[in-house]
Design a protein around this ligand. Structure first.
Ligand SMILES: [Zn+2]
Length: 741
């Protein structure tokens, strides 16, 4: 802890450049988003240090200095690029350039949320602090899609590190004893930078949330009759508020939305746009000076002063932060390495699209820029290739090497495998056939060698050589062609499930799909070329044998089924699975197999939502609509378990909208419209915008919001017609956008 002596007389910035110039001496990372915040931060330093040459590959601008016993590096977001992504990339680069950074501060301005509980005013300071619900920062515009398709808000990001929370306790005690020096720091700053002084010429006016800005700079045309009457404060000094900060990617400038989101998050103190990009990778405290009220009246008159109050608080906090505590924390760069290894394991386990994998690798490589070496191998697919080229320092084409390896495999097989029994002429023929083939994938070569090894006579061998498939796809085709027609339907069903289920399936589950009492029979009817079983700790998992099998089975457009009975579109696969598991929530004479219940409960909705309104779906969709329309006990039970708040009787349209079943919404609405209505020809899109959905879920003024959207001429067309139509009155249509064709 710094001595009180030091606190009272901070070393003046006498322009002397200190000699510290080694990156490893900086333990505090201070991030700001705007140039005015950077200026306030630099002027708060006790001593400013000489700038270090920029680290290679790092395009951020850094300033250096000392406050109390702490050496600090200050980084600012690139001009004009605020938001999560920028903040996250500055933090990442800062951590890899300054490896001894232990904790961070995010210091700048924010939009306040005044409420009955919190008398937040312009110039006040808001500090992120964990409460029961959140870790101090809540990201409000980011949801995670659950398997049933509903967006679930990820409520909370990591709490600030303990060392900073302990320092906060000391700061709060000092505040009680009137021992904080914030006002002092502010007056010293404004002596040198007058624009950062308290803007006494401007008034701090808070308008009622329903009253929108009437135009003009600094609200000259706004009616002060509509302002909120607040008690006058005895001093102009900033007050400090501790609690939840809401972080999102859009500027908040709407008082009604501000209050709704605050209520949904259990009460927030301010809105800002960067913290959510930091909290889970850069352990930091967020400090915001309030420059506006997040409403339509916001202007920039208070920004400099607000930036100054936040920086002054940060300085006071650093004087209360013990260096011994800081030195006990592991540098963030070490924690980063652990995260990188987690990321690698994670991307191995989850099946992703090439694009997603490319993005993950990109992030990983930026993250590890100077602390890890990363080797990535992949097939030469254009999207992976493209995403890697921009970050990789060295790219090697290994295709020629693969050719050499395939040749080695063939040579080895001819010497060691059972085919070596045949005479030299035949062996030479085999070598030519295998090496001259266009197909050069290992899996293909390996499969052909195994096939030739299985031939008992020379004639069989010659026939096998004559019918060598030209490609891996051809090999799969050959294997499927041998399956007798009596089994084809069941094999197809198994392949559909293995290619399109939303999670890995156990052997027991797949056996239940085709009503086989014995699990082993699944493998018996599907060739091992296509399907493989992996023994896990607790159960067997059954999978397609190779990712190329899935690529082979799934086609973009419907095939002639008489030619290729085993190929299917992704749409058809989801329809087929829905058709089977919908009976979990649909009363029918079919008794539902016990083994499939957990999967059906978790994923029937996710499959049903894949309906793209094609004719394949017609019958299955009827069942889905039926579930919504009829008072169905199985569906009610499922609702009670998965959406307890929504289980009371609502209209079918409401449920269709709630569950994101777009085609059902369209069908049900069509049924409600009187014949010949001009809106009978429309497209319906479920509002997937989280803010709208939040409004739907919580039933907060959803209708009011729709009206406001309409007044902004954004999207709602025909609302009034629908509302006045008698048929629609008992059906709340919250959360639906109607787009004219
Ligand atoms: Zn105004």
């Amino acid at each position: 802890m710094a001595s009180s002596q030091q606190r009272e007389t901070p070393s003046p910035d006498d322009g002397r450049q200190a000699e510290i110039n080694r990156a490893d001496q900086y333990t505090i990372g201070w991030i700001c988003a705007l140039p005015i915040e950077l200026a306030a931060a630099v002027k708060m330093l006790d001593v400013e240090h000489q700038r270090l040459p920029p680290p290679p590959g790092d395009d951020n601008s850094y300033r250096f200095g000392r406050i109390g016993d702490h050496n600090i590096v200050i980084g600012c977001l690139p001009s004009g690029r605020t938001g999560f992504v920028s903040a996250s990339s500055v933090a990442t680069q800062m951590m890899s350039a300054f490896r001894q950074i232990r904790v961070g501060l995010m210091v700048g301005i924010g939009g306040g949320v005044p409420s009955e509980d919190n008398d937040v005013r312009l110039g006040d300071i808001v500090v992120s602090h964990p409460n029961g619900q959140h870790g101090g920062v809540a990201q409000y515009d980011f949801g995670k899609a659950r398997p049933d398709g509903i967006l679930e808000r990820i409520g909370s990001l990591n709490a600030p590190p303990n060392a900073l929370l302990t320092a906060l306790t000391d700061v709060r005690a000092a505040e009680e004893m009137d021992e904080l020096n914030i006002v002092d720091y502010l007056s010293r700053l404004t002596d040198r930078l007058p624009p950062y002084a308290y803007p006494s010429k401007l008034t701090d006016c808070l308008y009622q949330s329903w009253y929108s800005h009437d135009g003009g700079r600094n609200c000259i045309r706004c009616d002060s009759e509509n302002s909120v009457v607040r008690e006058k404060r005895s001093t102009n000094g900033p007050r400090i508020h501790y609690g939840t900060i809401a972080s999102g990617n859009m500027v908040m400038k709407d008082a009604i939305e501000r209050d709704q989101i605050s209520q949904a998050l259990g009460g927030v103190l301010c809105f800002e746009m960067e913290a959510a990009g930091l909290m889970n990778k850069f352990p930091c405290l967020v400090i915001r000076g309030i420059s506006d009220y997040s409403d339509s009246h916001k202007n920039d008159g208070w920004q400099r002063y607000a930036a100054a109050t936040a920086a002054a608080f940060a300085k006071d906090l650093l004087y209360h932060l013990a260096t011994t505590r800081i030195n006990q924390i592991d540098p963030i760069s070490q924690a980063m390495k652990q995260m990188a290894s987690r990321l690698i394991r994670n991307s191995e386990m989850v099946e992703r699209t090439n694009q997603e994998i490319g993005k993950t690798i990109q992030q990983l490589m930026i993250l590890c820029a100077s602390s890890l070496r990363c080797l990535v191998t992949s097939r030469k697919e254009s999207d992976i290739w493209k995403s890697l080229q921009s970050v990789a320092s060295c790219v090697i084409d290994i295709e020629p090497a693969i050719k050499e390896d395939v040749a080695k495999l063939v040579a080895f097989a001819l010497q060691q495998y059972p085919i070596r029994r045949w005479g030299d002429t035949i062996l030479a023929l085999i070598a030519t056939k295998l090496l001259d083939a266009k197909e050069r994938r290992f899996r293909w070569t390996d499969l052909q060698i195994k096939r030739l090894c299985a031939c008992p006579t020379e004639d069989d061998l010659l026939i096998a050589l004559d019918t060598i498939p030209e490609s891996l796809e051809e090999a799969y085709h050959q294997a499927l062609a041998t399956i007798p027609s009596t089994l084809q339907e069941r094999v197809r069903k198994i392949l559909i499930w293995l290619a399109s289920s939303f999670r890995e399936m156990t052997s027991r589950e797949i056996a239940a799909v085709v009503s086989f009492p014995f699990v082993d029979d699944v493998l018996k009817i599907c060739t091992s070329l296509l399907v493989t079983v992996i023994d896990g700790d607790t159960h067997e998992t059954i999978k397609l044998a190779h990712f190329t099998v899935k690529e082979f089975l799934i086609v973009q457009q419907s095939y002639d089924e008489s030619l290729y009975w085993y190929k299917f579109t992704a749409q058809l696969a989801h329809c087929c699975i829905t058709d089977q598991i919908i009976h979990y929530v649909f009363p029918s004479s079919i008794s539902f197999p016990k083994a499939l219940r957990p999967y059906a409960e978790a994923f029937w909705l996710a499959h049903a939502r894949q309906n793209d309104a094609t004719t394949d779906w017609a019958e299955t969709q009827l069942l889905v609509d039926c579930i919504l329309k009829h008072d169905n006990i199985l569906f009610k039970n499922w609702l009670r378990a998965n959406h307890p708040a929504e289980a009371c009787a609502q209209s079918p349209l409401y449920y269709a909208s709630l569950l994101g079943l777009e085609v059902s919404v369209m069908n049900l609405w069509r049924e409600l419209l009187p014949g010949g209505n001009e809106f009978s020809d429309f497209d319906v899109k479920i509002a997937m915008d989280l803010k709208l959905r939040l409004a739907v879920m919580l039933h907060i003024g959803a209708i009011r919001r729709w009206k406001r959207l309409k007044s902004r001429r954004k999207c709602l067309v025909g609302w009034d017609n629908c509302r006045s139509s008698e048929t629609l009155i008992p059906h709340p249509i919250h959360g639906i956008l109607v787009l004219p064709r």
